[in-house]
Design a protein around this ligand. Structure first.
Ligand code: SAM
Length: 237
């Protein structure tokens, strides 16, 4: 942490204070789950250890929803680092099976460094509308991480085969305009195949993705799923 002076240091201190206040584990700082608990609960010991602290943090966040650091930590300690709110607007994901570890730290610092030299704008709109409204230049790069047609997720509910086809056509148009793109998608999952995307991808370059998803209920998920990254250019490595 010594290398990160100023704002970053203050932010990390605030996050660590919250983590310690609730008594969450923080493997990055050596605050680990006790060995006996690791032995007893096998692969789910983080969720067992952090559950009560996480639920208290979630309750506190939902009381007024103005503490964005609590929301960030709910994402870090919550199920699969996801974000989900119920119809009342309350954050409602259960505890996850991870904590603030080395990878979380690295991702945060990389993001903060990126923000120093780049302007980031968030938009909440349909991807086609967004991309059609901006002037994409030759050196620009379009990355898409669409909902998955063949897996169960809240945000997949509004996605369907028609939209998948539209998306593939849309990417073909980008390719014709000479715009580089990259897209991730799931082509096999629990016995299902995304035939449309799988066929379409063969026109381009396909790379396997080593997915780190750990399912809370089903730790066989890795062996039954295949995720790919498709590009219309050759990757260097
Ligand atoms: C696989 S998730 C991507 C998650 C995100 N990249 C991340 O790492 O957290 C797919 C996302 O696409 C969004 N989505 C669904 N339909 C969309 C549309 N027509 N235009 C833009 N985004 C859409 C969903 O709400 C969901 O957040």
């Amino acid at each position: 942490m010594g290398r990160y002076a100023g704002k970053e240091k203050k932010l990390l201190e605030k996050l660590y204070n919250i983590i310690d206040y609730y008594g969450l584990s923080c493997s990055y700082r050596g605050i680990n789950v006790p060995k006996e608990m690791k032995k007893k609960y096998g692969k789910t010991y983080y969720s067992k250890y952090n559950k009560n602290a996480y639920l208290k943090m979630r309750q506190d966040y939902n009381e007024n929803k103005d503490n964005v650091l609590l929301l960030y930590l709910l994402l870090i300690y919550g199920f699969n680092h996801m974000i989900r709110f119920n119809s009342k607007g309350d954050f409602n994901l259960p505890v996850g099976n991870v904590d603030f570890n080395k990878n979380v730290y690295k991702a945060l610092i990389n993001y903060l460094n990126f923000r120093k030299n780049n302007e980031v704008i968030f938009e909440n709109t349909d991807y086609q509308k967004f991309l059609n409204n901006i002037d994409i230049k030759e050196k620009d790069y379009v990355f898409l991480d669409p909902p998955y047609l063949i897996s169960m997720s809240e945000y997949n509910k509004l996605w369907n085969h028609k939209k998948e086809v539209e998306m593939c056509n849309f990417l073909d148009e980008l390719d014709e305009k000479g715009i580089k793109f990259g897209i991730t998608n799931l082509i096999y999952h629990k016995g299902k195949e995304n035939v449309t995307f799988n066929k379409w991808s063969k026109k381009y370059n396909v790379y396997d993705v080593d997915s780190n998803y750990i399912s809370f209920n089903d730790n066989t998920i890795k062996s039954t799923s295949k995720e790919i990254f498709v590009t219309n250019y050759k990757k260097n490595n």
